[in-house]
Design a binder for this molecule. Structure first.
Ligand code: E4P
Length: 219
């Protein structure tokens, strides 16, 4: 399973990239607004730091403007995955860009039917939002199960299921059990994946016992 970080905070991205466990980045207009940074400059900087797909979302909603924006974003780096909304116009842009070899991430997916359309439009990634579905009393992970099951029936579908709107480590574990290709998470959730109180307790015990030996490994 690939791990993407869902943030536009370059410091977080640098810190997580240094772990060697980060496979990509997703951003969205809300995260860009929060960063206060120039969008195009920031995307270029992220592409320098991370060796993997970097999702950058179009701002327009009509076909012609989205296509122009997508082409401009794709010029920043071959690592850019142009993010388009799951609308008829967004899927048209997806088809046009994927046909010329640009990665596209179709975002704001909330149903299995929408995920089928994204795959047919040649998306590299489809982003179902599990947390936002859970928020309205719908089973977000149930949607991931459905999409994974459907995509497996069609080997010609090359779209990767990118689990988005992840709120806690169990979302990640459940998505991994279902075979989802990617989870994109806020930095806080990635950090939570590392922790377990028994790891901390066990390590403290080993450190204390090692000191009793009076030895050093490095001499
Ligand atoms: C994914 O690409 C989105 O940017 C993100 O996961 C949305 O998460 P949210 O529902 O926490 O805003």
């Amino acid at each position: 399973m690939k791990f993407f970080v869902d943030t536009a905070d370059l410091n977080d991205i640098k810190e997580l990239a240094a772990t060697g466990l980060l496979d990509g980045v997703t951003t969205n207009p809300s995260l860009i607004a929060k960063s206060g940074r120039n969008f195009l400059d920031l995307v270029a900087e992220i592409c320098e730091v991370v060796d993997g797909p970097v999702s950058a979302e179009v701002a327009a909603t009509d076909f012609e403007t989205m296509l122009k924006e997508g082409r401009k974003l794709a010029k920043i780096s071959p690592r850019v995955a142009v993010k388009v909304p799951l609308t008829p116009a967004g899927l048209k842009v997806c088809k046009a860009l994927s046909t010329i070899g640009t990665m596209v991430n179709v975002t704001l997916c909330f149903s299995a039917a929408q995920a089928i359309l994204a795959a047919k439009a040649g998306a590299s990634f489809v982003s179902p939002f599990v947390g936002r579905l859970d928020d309205v009393g719908t089973d977000g992970m149930g949607l991931i199960a459905e999409i994974c099951q459907i995509y497996k029936q069609y080997p010609s579908f090359t779209t990767e299921v990118l689990v988005a709107s992840v709120r806690h480590p169990m979302h990640v574990v459940e998505a991994a059990k279902l075979g989802a290709h990617v989870a994109t998470m806020p930095p806080s959730v990635i950090r939570l994946l590392f922790g377990h109180p028994l790891t901390d307790k066990g390590l403290a015990q080993f450190v204390a016992d090692w000191q009793k030996t009076g030895q050093t490994i490095l001499g």
